[in-house]
Design a protein around this ligand. Structure first.
Ligand code: GLU
Length: 620
């Protein structure tokens, strides 16, 4: 269970003098090659551009000799992996100026509020898993949205009108993102709020180029937009923005300026908070139960102890409850280890069978036992115990499925003597001191509730739809409770320091996308991009198996023979951003299913470019 943020905790200093350098080999020195040419390509061919220059960020270009951009890149002194090349460019500048990974992550999230409003924003919440090199510890800043302090278990019922319910005030949780960012900055950051929020203000004011994915989300979600959202996502002629248009959001620039001036208080108290509360109330079925000004004023993050589980010779670390994600990922990975998954080929029926079987079981346990641990006693230790996971592994065999004929996987009992598609964004940053951030952030569905706070330029989440619709279980709504999440910001640690970070959007599929990326990296020894692009499968306690292109036909036929109900056509599962730490360099990779890009920072790039007589890029 998390503890409350204590503002008196000493602020960290990010200066070189107080941090140990990773002492990485200056691998570029040997090559003399241009930075952008160093994108590496040892992975299967993927769709979409491998490399995109960024023209919207002043002072940043992928052609600058100190930066390297691509689907997968290597660099010595810093690495960023995001779904948005603009945010990646902003973050690279922060690193180059001496900011740390936490500073860069904060700048990314403020930018994503502007440039990728469909996936996350200041109207939502998230989980920021931080490895702090100075204290050699993992810290978690939990900014998950909360139900109002007057909510009851009957708050949110689907009533058979899901499309309507997701747009009600009852679906909108108290936003946590601004409190999370400002807390992280106070505790771990080294740069001023002004420095970290200015790029977002600039982009909202001056404009940025709309990518294909944002254009698609604008066009696909107009049915839930209110007038403010329709106005914000249309040009001066009233036409919805298209790919390649320059989009501005002056209202959002104004709101971010208030936060720049007043900090989190400028969001949670005063005119912005009044407008948020008024907007939520205007969409409420029962105005007495929804988030109001008092809830906004009372909101605070928690600092959580990460969940941890040994796995082969590394340790899996991530956000604990109220996210089920890393706990379920760790359960499945340990079950797969007990089942000797490493004996089977990466595209074999046996491997995918073991994954699906483990997921049916562990997902059934998620649904039975998991919820906000401030409210329910979640038996995490028991669920993660080797005895229990071995017993789950023992139920699985080849030639048949554990999935029952009646259509719902029953949970196990980890404590025999006691009680027992939506969207998001994930990004990772690692700096030259070894600080690491694995951050998954959301407004729940694409474009959240679709309701923008008039005059403020940002969308409100519909996160409370993550509660069970029917009361009675550990994830029923309640006053000031946080809905159970699947978000899985994770780090794989070796000897106590991060070796790999990963996470994904994708609702329940987040967990599958994240653990299979880790599986591919560690068990099948693929590079980070190969670990992301290697075809995955996804299922849960209701069964049915989604699969990605590349799962061989004969493998699917065997899986069907063994009792799995496979989709007829392939899906895209998740959108993973990952960073690997190797002995002497960082390897960033971004999922090619969208426009994501890794950006590497290398301090020695300028000298090498000059030495090689290339003379390209800006001077330092
Ligand atoms: N609300 C989801 C969760 O917390 C994340 C949004 C999504 O990707 O579906 O699990």
């Amino acid at each position: 269970m998390g503890r409350k943020y204590n503002p008196s905790k000493e602020k960290r200093d990010g200066s070189d003098a107080t941090r140990s350098d990773l002492n990485r080999r200056r691998f570029l020195a040997l090559t003399g090659a241009s930075a952008s040419a160093l994108a590496i390509g040892s992975t299967p061919a993927v769709a979409g551009p491998e490399y995109q220059d960024v023209t919207d960020v002043s002072g940043f270009s992928c052609d600058h000799p100190q930066f390297t951009c691509g689907r997968q890149v290597r660099a010595a002194d810093g690495m960023i992996s995001t779904v948005d090349p603009i945010a990646g460019g902003v973050a690279a500048r922060v690193l180059r100026e001496g900011g740390n990974a936490i500073d860069a992550a904060i700048a990314i999230q403020y930018v994503l509020t502007v440039t990728q409003p469909h996936g996350s924003g200041i109207g939502g919440g998230g989980f920021m898993v931080i490895y702090d090199a100075e204290s050699d510890s993992v810290e978690v800043v939990n900014s998950r949205e909360r139900a109002s302090q007057t909510a009851t278990p009957d708050l949110y019922r689907h009533e058979g009108e899901y499309d309507q319910d997701i747009q009600t005030g009852e679906a909108m949780g108290t936003p946590g993102t601004v409190a999370g960012l400002e807390t992280a900055r106070e505790l771990f950051g080294t740069r001023s709020r002004q420095r970290l929020i200015n790029p977002a203000i600039d982009l909202a004011r001056r404009g940025f180029t709309v990518d294909w994915f944002l254009a698609e989300q604008i066009h696909e979600n107009t049915n839930k937009f209110n007038d403010a959202a329709l106005g914000a996502y249309s040009d001066a002629q009233g036409n919805l923005y298209e790919e390649g248009d320059t989009m501005t959001n002056p209202d959002l620039a104004d709101t971010l300026e208030i936060i720049r001036r007043e900090g989190a208080e400028g969001f949670y108290e005063g005119p912005v908070a009044e407008d948020v509360a008024e907007t939520i109330a205007s969409y409420a079925r029962d105005p007495d139960q929804v988030v109001d000004e008092r809830d906004l004023a009372d909101y605070d993050v928690t600092l959580d102890e990460p969940v941890r589980k040994e796995w082969y010779d590394v340790e899996l670390v991530g956000q604990p409850m109220p996210s089920s994600g890393p706990t379920v990922a760790a359960m499945v990975l340990r079950v797969l280890e007990f089942l000797d998954v490493d004996e089977y080929d990466v595209r074999s029926a046996e491997k995918y069978h073991l994954i699906a079987e483990s997921l049916y079981s562990c997902w059934a346990d998620r649904m039975e036992y998991m919820g906000d641990d401030e409210f329910v006693d979640v038996p995490v230790d028991e669920l993660l115990s080797d005895d229990y996971l071995q017993s789950r592994a023992d139920e699985i065999e080849f030639g048949d499925t554990v999935f029952p004929d009646d259509g719902t996987m029953p949970p196990g009992d980890p404590t025999p003597d006691g009680r027992g598609a939506g969207e998001t964004t994930h990004f990772s940053v690692i700096d030259k001191w070894g600080n690491a951030v694995s951050y998954t952030s959301t407004i729940e569905q694409f474009m959240g509730s679709g309701k923008m706070v008039p005059g403020r330029g940002f969308l409100l989440n519909n996160e409370l739809t993550d509660f069970d619709a029917e009361p009675g279980g550990p994830n029923e709504p309640d006053a000031w409770k946080r809905p159970l999440s699947s978000m899985s910001p994770m780090m794989v640690m070796r000897d106590g320091t991060p070796e790999f970070t990963a996470g994904s959007p994708g609702g329940w599929a987040i967990v599958s996308a994240t653990f299979q990326t880790i599986l591919h990296r560690y068990v099948y020894d693929l590079d980070p991009l190969g670990s992301i692009t290697e075809p995955q499968v996804y299922t849960h306690h209701f069964g049915g198996v989604e699969w990605e292109e590349g799962v061989p036909t004969e493998t699917r036929e065997t899986l069907a023979d063994w009792g799995h109900d496979l989709d007829e056509s392939p899906s895209t599962i998740g959108n993973v951003q990952a960073i690997g730490v190797e002995d002497d360099e960082l390897v960033g990779a971004a999922d090619p299913s969208r426009d994501g890009q890794a950006v590497g920072y290398d301090r020695g790039g300028l000298d090498r470019a000059r030495g090689a007589g290339q003379g390209r890029g800006r001077s330092d």
